[in-house]
Design a protein. Structure first.
Length: 315
């Protein structure tokens, strides 16, 4: 073989190798692009959202079930709510979670189911723009897991805000009697009237509005105490509590929906009194699992979601 032929063959071989390398790189790139194009996006919207554990929980669940999905959190204020919700549906998002201060406002931009419409707020939106409220589900499930018989229980609930409304409604449908104690009694009265107007309390449990100054007169008859306020929350009212150990009795189950910190001042006081305690992470996980089922049709890996969230909180 002549020198020229050898060089020509070398060039051909080298060119062929480079073509194969380019094909491999191109194929890998196409696979990556295809993966990203097919990835289903889910998100939390509200403000602020920097503290949220929802991405950790849901991305853990997606990975465990082998689902090509990803969950983000977007800081969305009241003025951008409509654009964010309609935009997510238009872009084909798999679903949204909605947190404060958008829960009531978001109802206007979705097709709410009967329960969400009666409550007047949502926390979950599916890919078609349907709205749901799973807030109370998480609370009741956490209570039942702890061995609490919700039916016929007297539940003393602190607070009368958005979370309180959803939790009260779920408790009433489960047959509990709910005592709503709020700093401004008029808000507790409005919440109770809402439950009655929507027939949520009819034929189930009953509801009674109170002021915080009336807690001492009813706490002895309560089996469950639930804090639905932000009192005790990290960087909001940390180290504070609305009820102290000396006001509690040992048979009381004390549940704080605040999950940061995990052990709030209320739960510390409850332990001093010898009470069973439930932290707010339980409710968050069960609410998230209910949303996960709505979106995907699959049962969520609850234990893994909770474990991932607890590890994150301890960091």
């Amino acid at each position: 073989m002549s020198k020229g032929s050898e060089i020509f063959e070398l060039i051909q071989t080298s060119g062929s190798e480079h073509e194969h390398e380019h094909e491999h790189e191109s194929g890998a790139s196409m696979q990556r692009d295809q993966y990203l194009a097919q990835t289903q996006v889910y998100a939390l919207i509200g403000s602020p959202v920097g503290h949220t554990l929802s991405p950790i929980m849901h991305n853990t669940a997606f990975k465990e079930l082998g689902l090509n999905c990803v969950y983000h959190a977007f800081d969305v204020g009241i003025q951008s709510a409509e654009k964010a919700i309609k935009g997510a549906v238009a872009l084909g998002f798999g679903g949204l979670n909605v947190t404060m201060p958008l829960k009531e406002l978001a109802l206007q931009y979705v097709n709410p189911d009967t329960w969400a419409r009666r409550l007047g707020s949502i926390n979950t939106i599916d890919s078609k723009g349907n709205g749901y409220n799973t807030d109370g589900i998480g609370t009741v499930r956490a209570l039942k897991e702890a061995g609490v018989r919700v039916k016929d229980s007297n539940v003393l609930m602190l607070g009368a805000g958005g979370s309180a409304k959803s939790i009260a409604a779920q408790l009433l449908t489960e047959g509990a009697r709910v005592l709503v104690a709020n700093r401004t009694k008029n808000r507790a009265v409005i919440l109770a009237e809402k439950m009655i107007t929507e027939n949520i309390s009819c034929g189930c449990g009953d509801i009674e509005p109170l002021g915080l100054d009336e807690v001492n007169s009813v706490i002895d008859e309560a089996q469950v105490l639930i804090n639905t306020t932000s009192v005790g929350m990290h960087r909001v009212a940390e180290g504070q509590t609305l009820v102290r150990a000396e006001q509690m009795h040992k048979e009381l189950v004390v549940f704080d929906i605040v999950y940061s910190p995990l052990e709030t001042e209320l739960l510390k006081e409850a332990r001093k009194a010898g009470c069973m305690t439930i932290d707010g992470l339980k409710m968050l996980v069960y609410e998230g699992a209910a949303a996960f089922k709505i979106w995907t049709g699959f049962e969520a890996p609850i234990e893994l979601m909770e474990s991932a969230a607890r590890v994150s909180l301890r960091r």
